[in-house]
Design a protein around this ligand. Structure first.
Ligand code: C2O
Length: 552
């Protein structure tokens, strides 16, 4: 097994996009940041040196971190942030995963610019379960703001309203030719006729789920969240913030005399509160004469309507684990614990003495402040790290272990539900004995508008055993669960006005964050923590913290 080591420096860099220049936090001066290459089984060591003015921590999104919870990265969950001038060495092994993941800052909104791909190749000598591609190309989607994103979220939290939306989407950091001033900032994919290419897609946007299509070319999905799936071909795919996917694109057999847009723009049905612009990259065939190549016609793909929820559910219904002899799907067939979580938006009580900053109707136009919650609890990060408090037995005053197992009130979201104006705040964990087989149903409450919530679980992959629209029915729906080849992943969209059921085995001791990967919802509290206890065997215990673990 190889060891791959990297030294990375977080610092400030001036970057120009959309005809404006601003100073952003970057890694090694690059935006997006450098790609981390590893093979399945590798031990990875990354020394993160923080030369930025911000408190910082890096999360290795999707890396299971088996017995290495101290290196997972979310600030105030598994570690205190790395303060300016300090450093921390992340050490972990990549076990049972191959495909594409990504790394990003995990504090405030700094992941807007501090992010990059993780490419995980199969072990040396182990082929892909599909023909090897001619080339592999990371394609990372992002969002660009003209303003400083730390100022954008600070203002939203101060006023209790929604944050300003972004000014552009990007592919590998480039907005592309459909934005003013951006034709030169266009991602170009050059292909040879007849060859197959693997695109390693990553949605690093802060707040938007995206449709993606390439004109006149189908995409074959072979992997999501670093796990193989049964291959299927699509014209358009959907990818939520936090999700990754490897897709194959086969170039036309002969030189076609045309160029093709690759487009991405959001899926949402929350009208009016999002950036509905379109990022374009260009697929072009390698041509002997570059001058002729430039004047070729360019074709555009048709993307689904912006609020096309059925395009989303049709796509997600196609996802199945490969579930082959070499890559079996270890779906828990029976469960020890069942939980039901309502997830959604609401507001804090609009009254004197309300729990958030003692606010009295500090929201938009004198209304209550926006909030987001799970089972009505809007999570508040502590000022020290949860994992340290747990490990040292000093949890008193830091967190409570009484996260609710079920919603506080019966719910009915098929009609027009009342606004939830009574969101509670708290720092609560849900404790699981080692090895618990968990079934979790997440029900979207669609209270202030409808959009899917990409829920991301740290420390585990889970199987998506069922999903549907309307209210989850515990009497009828479980009979329809797929326990044979459900897709396995780390981030799943809780459908707009619907529910999703997942199963996982709590075989990784530590404190594991679970949250909506829409950054604004995370800021409003749509997050919680699972606390998985040590098991009895020596290889079921979280090792002690490293000496250089940052202090708060
Ligand atoms: Cu990619 Cu907790 O996040």
């Amino acid at each position: 097994m190889a060891k791959c080591m990297a030294r990375t420096q977080v610092g400030m860099t001036s970057v120009t996009r959309l005809c404006g220049t601003k100073s952003i936090a970057t890694v090694n001066g690059q935006f997006p940041g450098p790609t981390l290459f590893a093979r399945e089984g590798d031990h990875v060591e990354v020394n993160v040196v923080n030369n930025s003015p911000y408190n910082m921590s890096i999360h290795w999104h999707g890396v299971r971190q088996l017995l290495s919870g101290w290196y997972d990265g979310p600030s105030y969950v598994t570690q205190c942030p790395i303060q300016p001038g300090q450093s921390y060495v992340y050490r972990f092994q990549i076990v049972g995963q191959r495909g594409t993941l990504w790394w990003h800052a995990h504090i405030s909104w700094l992941r807007a610019t501090v992010h990059g791909p993780i490419v995980i190749l199969p072990p040396a000598g182990v082929p892909y379960p599909f023909p090897a591609p001619e080339a592999e190309v990371p394609l990372m989607f992002g969002e660009w703001w003209r303003n400083d994103t730390e100022a954008v979220i600070a203002q939203a939290l101060r006023t209790g309203g929604g944050p300003n939306v972004s000014d552009a989407y990007t592919m590998n950091g480039l907005p592309g030719p459909l934005y003013a001033c951006s034709a030169k900032d266009t991602f170009r994919l050059k292909v040879k006729p007849g060859k197959t290419y693997m695109l390693r897609l990553i949605n690093a946007a802060l707040n938007d789920e995206l449709f993606f299509a390439v004109a006149n070319h189908t995409l074959t999905v072979v992997d999501v969240d670093a796990l193989y799936v049964k291959p299927f071909a699509v014209e358009t795919l959907i990818i939520a913030p936090g999700q990754t996917s490897n897709v194959l694109l086969t170039a036309k057999p002969a030189y076609p005399g045309a160029r093709y847009y690759m487009l991405a723009r959001p899926y949402t049905n929350t009208q009016g509160t999002f950036d509905n612009t379109t990022v374009a990259g260009i697929l072009e065939y390698e041509h002997d004469d570059p001058a002729t190549g430039k004047s070729l016609p360019i074709y555009r793909p048709t993307l689904p309507q912006i609020n096309d929820t059925s395009a989303v559910s049709n796509y997600t219904a196609k996802l199945r684990s490969l579930a082959s002899a070499a890559y079996p799907a270890a779906v828990p067939q029976a469960v020890d614990r069942e939980f039901l979580f309502t997830v959604g938006l609401g507001t804090h009580p609009c009254a004197p003495g309300s729990p958030v900053n003692g606010s009295t109707c500090q929201g938009p136009n004198g209304t209550a402040r926006f909030a987001a919650s799970i089972n009505n609890v809007s999570f508040v990060l502590p000022t020290t790290a949860l994992l340290q408090s747990h490990y040292t037995g000093m949890s008193k005053g830091v967190y409570a272990s009484d996260f609710p197992f079920a919603p506080p009130r019966p719910f009915n979201y098929t009609g027009t539900p009342p606004n939830n104006t009574n969101v509670m705040t708290g720092t609560k964990a849900l404790v699981l004995p080692f090895g618990t087989a968990v079934e979790l149903v997440m029900q979207d409450t669609s209270i202030l508008g409808a959009e899917s919530h990409p829920l991301h679980l740290h420390g585990f992959n889970f199987f998506v055993v069922g999903q549907g629209f309307g209210n989850y029915d515990p009497a009828k729906d479980p009979a329809k669960f797929n326990l044979v080849d459900p897709v396995e992943r780390n981030t799943v969209g809780v459908p707009a006005g619907g529910w999703v059921a997942i199963r996982f085995r709590a075989d990784n001791p530590g404190v594991w964050f679970m949250h909506c990967h829409l950054e604004v919802h995370m800021s409003w509290g749509l997050k919680m923590a699972w606390l998985v206890l040590d098991g009895n065997l020596p290889n079921q215990k979280l090792p002690p913290p490293p000496a250089d673990l940052p202090k708060c």
